[in-house]
Design a protein around this ligand. Structure first.
Ligand code: HEM
Length: 545
């Protein structure tokens, strides 16, 4: 008789996993009981529903305002976590003790399930090996050579805007949709050496890319159980469990993962073929260089096929919604501040940059554009928190002492191995201790006078870029931040001098999911959208700028 599991069997396994978790939590005394934090409202969900509530950034801000730069919050079934935004503590967690605070097993399991064995699903020496292999292809000099390729996509995007507006001179367009297709094509051509055709071509991978984040939002509640469930049986058995799991979003996710993995497999095949027939060296894209270097690497440094495929999928998805969301956020912000939009347009037009293929130095020579990007990404980081777990006991110092529940004031906290924490990227980026009393205001000018306009040098954040935490810092800093900045600049340099962006009648709210995305208020559809009124910059306007 073939082996088969009923829904009841699955429920029993899930209940056993939950019971094990509960017993572990109940029998372990809390060493954090003296640290202040909000009262626990639910034993089952702790503060997780508030922390992950995509509409409640207020909760994050209140944590910091009420309890300070390090706060105890509750996780599922009585678990305790820390929420950290104190700059000195963050320097330790992200930089000095960067190897002690790594990604949590849940997150690693999820990343591995989605993208395979790329950077964000590996730790320790595997992680170091992959970073070493990727550093050359994310270097400023290599990326500078990709600008013409980025520029071609920028021109295609501009054409797409123009054709949509057509004769009418102005039209409400879903700006996010257009920018996302440009972003995907830009990663495909620049990073993967592949093209999904013109920006509007229909491709299964395009659908998967668009659907992944909304589908993940639907299954998010079950994700903390993932690492335990992934320990059950062989990969084939786990696959079987997923196949029979009676849930529409889980089945949708399975289909998306298959598309992602099949596409990575297909691209791996294309590159391996080019390497074999000697044409890889003629290609100008990041993966060709990686394949070539990997073929020459010593056995100890060489990446396996599984790792390379994992990296291809990860790079595509890590760079997609984050960067297209960032560009869309910049445009949204500019609709609310027409004078700033006008001043930016004038800077780009007067510089003459963008009419022909710019160099990366030219793109970096526009101070107001730079300031707007920095200020938008500081105030609105696409990832508002990331999570970590301490893999050793350690102490972390604080810039601002906190008062413990017993009344004592302390300027350092002991952290025990196994403690999970949230790094408050957005709360640190908006901290008055770091940026001064106007920290929460949108003021691009603050960047015109200084590269690091912090109020207190000791309060500098450990960010890899401009002392903001948006791309994190330390061993797990975003490896693609220069790619993202170049992409943002190339696309804005094509769009801003040619189009005026204004609000449409629809009200937009940003959902703070794993990656923030814009949604139309009252829209029952979970898919993100950003309708904006877009008009041609008239000749008279251009002259008057
Ligand atoms: C505005 C755009 C972007 C933002 C805000 C952003 C932000 C981040 C952050 C905060 C992390 C750390 C996540 C963690 O450790 O939990 C990260 C990691 C990563 N990012 Fe980005 N990213 C952006 C664009 C890109 C692009 C364009 C690429 C690739 C082309 C990319 C590739 C990666 C990769 C591979 C990692 C994993 C690094 C590691 O674990 O060592 N990102 N990113």
């Amino acid at each position: 008789m073939p082996f088969a599991l009923s829904t009841l069997d699955i429920a029993v396994v899930a209940a056993a996993v939950v019971a094990t978790l509960l017993i572990r939590k109940w029998t372990r005394p809390s060493y954090l009981k003296n640290l202040a934090g909000p009262p626990n409202e639910s034993f089952a969900t702790g503060h997780m529903l508030q922390i992950y509530d995509p509409h409640k950034f207020d909760f994050h801000e209140q944590l910091v305002e009420q309890y300070g730069g390090i706060v105890k919050v509750n996780g599922l079934f009585g678990a305790e976590h820390l929420y950290v935004s104190d700059p000195r503590a963050l320097n330790h967690i992200v930089m000095n003790d960067g190897d002690i605070f790594d990604i949590r097993p849940q997150t690693i399991a999820l990343n591995q399930m989605l993208f395979g064995k790329g950077l964000s699903a590996v730790t320790g020496s595997h992680h170091k090996k992959q970073r070493k292999a990727l550093n050359p292809i994310f270097s400023p000099s290599y990326l500078a050579g990709l600008v013409p390729l980025f520029y071609d996509v920028g021109v295609e995007l501009q054409d797409m805007f123009s054709s949509r507006i057509g004769e009418s001179q102005s039209e409400v367009l879903d700006v996010l949709k257009l920018i996302s297709s440009a972003s995907l094509e830009l990663i495909a051509r620049g990073a993967l050496g592949h093209s999904f055709g013109n920006l509007e071509a229909d491709a299964p991978f395009r659908h998967a890319a668009k659907a992944l984040m909304p589908t993940l939002s639907e299954v998010r509640v079950g994700l903390p159980l993932l690492p335990n469930l992934m320990k059950i049986g062989t990969p084939n058995f786990q696959r079987f469990l997923v196949d029979i799991f009676p849930s529409k979003p889980v089945q949708a996710l399975k289909g998306l993962i298959d598309t992602i993995q099949n596409t990575a497999d297909m691209m791996h095949g294309e590159h391996a073929k080019k390497l074999k027939n000697g044409s890889a060296a003629d290609e100008k894209n990041m993966m060709s260089l990686l394949f070539e270097a990997n073929s020459r690497a010593s056995e100890k440094d060489r990446l396996s096929k599984e790792e390379v495929m994992g990296l291809m999928s990860l790079i595509t998805f890590a760079g997609l919604d984050s960067t297209s969301g960032a560009i869309t956020r910049i445009l949204h912000n500019l609709t609310e501040k027409p004078a700033i939009q006008q001043r930016l347009r004038r800077e780009i037009i007067d510089s003459g940059i963008g009419g022909t293929v710019p160099t990366s130095d030219e793109l970096n020579s526009l101070p107001y554009l730079d300031a707007i990007i920095k200020e938008t990404l500081r105030l609105f980081p696409p990832l508002i928190t990331v999570d970590r777990v301490a893999i050793k006991d350690t102490h972390i110092p604080l810039l601002k002492p906190v008062r413990l529940n017993d009344g004592e004031v302390t300027n350092s906290i002991f952290i025990k191995k196994g403690t999970s924490l949230f790094i408050g990227i957005a709360t640190a980026n908006r901290s008055e201790d770091v940026w001064g009393p106007d920290a929460k205001e949108f003021k691009p000018e603050r960047w015109l006078n200084s590269d690091t306009p912090v109020a207190d040098k000791d309060a500098r954040l450990p960010g890899v870029w401009s002392s903001v935490l948006t791309f994190l810092g330390g061993p797990r800093a975003c490896i693609g931040y220069r790619f993202a900045l170049l992409e943002i600049k190339v696309l804005l340099v094509r769009l801003i001098p040619n189009f005026v962006f204004e609000s449409s009648k629809e009200k937009i709210s940003w959902r703070l999911d794993a990656i923030s995305s814009p949604h139309v208020d009252g829209d029952p559809n979970l898919s993100p959208r950003m309708p904006l009124k877009v008009s041609f910059v008239g000749n008279s306007t251009a002259r008057s700028l």
